[in-house]
Design a protein around this ligand. Structure first.
Ligand code: GTQ
Length: 368
């Protein structure tokens, strides 16, 4: 349901009736590696942003046993990364879950670890279940717990594992692989052996996540956050606290971005992440904006109406909102809050000046 009627027959839009003479002309241009702009102009210059992705929901209860089964079928050594990736029906060609973003669900059993590697794609993880999981980012070993968010930026060496005596860990990976591939700028290198641990365990979160304090003698010249892990134990109380004194957004509830504590900006150059809290029974208004989003429900249950269709989610379900598609969120509990983790390409959209937003003219969508 679109409020504005666009008409490609108006003056200023391409509207050439084809003739046998034009057909021959187009063929001749094609044979020379050329074309007439007016045959493609209306396609390549849409009136409004035109996503090719479709909204999708991936139910964890459907996927979990298949994720676990992968650990019987292949080893991390064989697979490199043992991951079930989630793919958008309209983005299979680029292995994207939405827009130019990739996501997957990775499983690691106690005592297992992956080899270390690095690539020009940036990665992030959101922990879904397990105990004793860790990631090593550029020599910093960091322990991970459920609902923690961790980054492995562009070109950092990284490997993951689960300690002996831990519990099988499952986490969501988010990468900008499709974007970096689209820009034809990706690369990949394998580290020879295990990374030497250059810092004490949990050095990054213990140095940078305390009460807004930054070590006075720190030296950091990297274009991403020195804080590699955002712990749910700190994030959830922070959200609850913020919710006490902030009304939040009518479109998003209490929405907070994970930030680089040195700049207040997004955690990495290409991907950002957020956590939002929907209060009991909250039903947000609908809006649409540019940027592609992948959500995971971290807590509670509810549904989102995306492009006029209802998608019910509960803890661990993953869903996407493509760029410029109307969406609104609902918390189905009247006693408990619901929390949605998301990651997105807003750092790219914003730094290129491509962000725009539009409220739904009727406040909320009609469900198809
Ligand atoms: O852990 O770096 O799901 O390189 C896909 C590609 C995870 C990773 C994925 C990757 C990784």
């Amino acid at each position: 349901m679109e409020e504005t009627k666009y008409d490609d027959t108006v003056y200023g839009r391409a509207r050439v009736q084809t003739t046998p003479e034009l057909e021959a002309y187009y063929k001749e241009l094609e044979s020379l590696g050329a074309g007439a702009l007016w045959t493609v102009a209306n396609d390549i210059e849409p009136w409004e942003p035109k996503p090719s992705s479709v909204p999708m929901l991936w139910k964890y209860e459907d996927l979990r046993h298949l994720v676990l089964k992968s650990s019987e079928l292949v080893t991390p050594e064989q697979a490199g990364r043992r991951v079930v990736y989630l793919v958008n029906d309209k983005r299979r060609d680029v292995s994207a879950a939405v827009g130019w973003l990739y996501t997957g669900i990775q499983v690691t059993r106690p005592g297992e670890s992956t080899s270390a590697h690095r690539h020009k794609a940036s990665a992030l993880r959101f922990i879904m279940e397990g105990e004793g999981g860790y990631t090593v980012v550029d020599g910093n070993k960091i322990m991970l717990e459920v609902n923690d968010f961790v980054i492995t930026p562009n070109s950092t060496w990284h490997e993951h594992g689960v300690e002996e005596g831990g519990k099988t860990c499952i986490w969501q990976d988010g990468l900008d692989i499709p974007l970096v591939n689209a820009l034809e700028a990706n690369d990949y290198a394998v580290f020879d052996g295990k990374q030497p641990l250059e810092k004490p365990l949990n050095f990054s979160p213990m140095s940078y996540s305390g009460a807004g304090l930054i070590p006075a003698d720190h030296v950091w010249d990297k274009p991403y956050s020195p804080l590699f892990k955002y712990s749910w134990k700190q994030v959830y109380p922070a959200l609850q606290q913020a919710a006490q004194v902030n009304e939040g957004s009518p479109y998003d509830g209490v929405l907070m971005h994970y930030t680089n504590p040195l700049t207040g900006g997004h955690v990495m150059q290409t991907m950002g992440a957020s956590m939002q809290m929907l209060r009991p029974s909250e039903h947000t208004l609908a809006h649409k904006h540019t940027g592609s989003f992948i959500y995971q429900c971290a807590k509670g249950k509810g549904y989102s109406i995306i492009g006029g269709k209802r998608y019910d989610w509960k803890e661990r379900d993953i869903f996407c909102v493509p760029s410029w598609v109307y969406h609104e969120h609902v918390n189905l509990s009247d006693t408990e809050d619901a929390c949605l983790f998301s990651f997105h390409d807003l750092p790219v959209i914003e730094s290129l000046g491509l962000y725009q937003e539009k409220a739904h003219p009727e406040g909320r969508q009609k469900v198809e």
